[in-house]
Design a protein around this ligand. Structure first.
Ligand code: TXA
Ligand code: MG
Length: 322
């Protein structure tokens, strides 16, 4: 069984030593918990794929302690790189760049590019400093299941497949990082997140590439349609409380308040903020909770169509794909 460690200097040192020995350590980031291994140790990285049941075709994000560490792993000569790193690192932005030979092929799924990010969570940064190596870290969940926003979620999902879980409390952003491909000009969004297209465009001074890549779906191998899903079937609906009243044993994920009295059929409900960022921060936590109550179905209220909700809409759509 995984050991959950409260964050102390001794716990960071123990976790760093475990990483040095090729073990897996789950750690908090500001987005979700990551399942980390020494990115330069191909055998350790192979344990990540095994623990998650992740297809070898899906490359990993490599976490570094500071922007200056990027050039050892990737070609950072694109002018956009320096500007974006200065504006958003440490933070929830992942940049895809041409890889250097030192990065093992298993990390990049055999591809010529590597995804890099400097997380902004103090525990992640302390662990990176103490380990002294870049850390390959996908979200610390079984492949295709909900991402963890608490240490307890990691243990419930991965059980004995992870050695140590550093408990840094609930993740603040709650959705995985924005992924941006800098190997094309203009850069292309591969995964929407907390940092929005307009945030990126304001720094770049130019629009991002529109629509899917000419290189096809393989350009973003992790973006299979089904992802981030609870075990319970999830449907996105407009009039969620009306439909809930007709659906025995359902759970509701809403951002508008329930009618008074609440529908008697509803087994459990999570009423989140009507603001996209606070909603995002609570989304996975709420889905973990509703899922654990084994409802007949999770009815998720449709969210607004505007740009601020892009990342949330993306995750709800993937969670509802069977
Ligand atoms: O917020 C996050 O990004 C979290 C925390 C732990 O940092 N990590 C995370 O990792 O979400 P993961 O493995 O669950 O998602 C990584 C995404 C996948 O969609 C993957 O396909 C994509 O990044 N990716 C990784 N390397 C890539 C590359 N070289 N080219 C294109 N996409 C890449
Ligand atoms: Mg993931």
């Amino acid at each position: 069984m995984a050991r959950i460690l409260a964050v102390t200097n001794a716990a960071i040192a123990e976790a760093a030593a475990a990483l040095g020995a090729g073990d897996l350590v789950a750690f908090p980031t500001e987005t979700v918990y990551g399942l980390g291994a020494n990115a330069l140790n191909a055998d350790a990285v192979a344990r990540i794929f095994a623990a998650k049941g992740r297809p070898a075709t899906n490359p990993l994000i490599v976490h570094i302690a500071q922007s200056a560490d990027a050039s050892a792993l990737a070609d950072t000569s694109a002018p956009a790189f320096a500007r974006l790193a200065a504006a958003f690192w440490p933070g929830p932005l992942t940049l895809v760049l041409p890889k250097q030979p030192i990065v093992p092929d298993i990390v990049t799924a055999g591809g010529p590019t590597v995804a890099l990010r400097v997380p902004r969570h103090p525990v992640a940064l302390a662990l990176l400093q103490a380990a002294g190596v870049p850390l390959a870290a996908p979200s610390a969940n079984r492949s295709e299941q909900l991402s963890p926003t608490r240490a307890q979620h990691v243990v419930e999902g991965l059980e004995e497949a992870v050695d140590i879980v550093l408990d840094g409390g609930p993740a603040e952003v709650g959705l995985e990082s924005t992924v941006l491909d800098l190997t094309e000009q203009p850069p292309r969004l591969l995964r929407p997140g907390h940092i929005t297209c307009s945030d990126l465009e304001a720094v770049l001074g130019t629009p991002l590439a529109a629509g899917p890549s000419a290189a096809g779906p393989a350009r973003s191998p992790g973006q299979s349609r089904r992802h981030y899903a609870p075990r319970t079937p999830l449907h996105v609906v407009e009039n969620v409380w009306e439909i809930a009243a007709l659906t025995p044993g359902c759970a509701v994920l809403a951002h508008t308040p329930p009618p008074v009295p609440p529908p008697s059929h509803v087994r459990a409900a999570a009423v989140l903020s009507a603001g996209s960022r606070a909603y995002a921060a609570a989304l996975y936590e709420s889905l973990h909770r509703l899922d654990s109550l084994h409802p007949s179905i999770i009815l998720a209220e449709a969210v607004p169509e505007d740009a601020a909700w892009l990342a949330v809409r993306d995750r709800l759509r993937r969670a509802s794909t069977r």
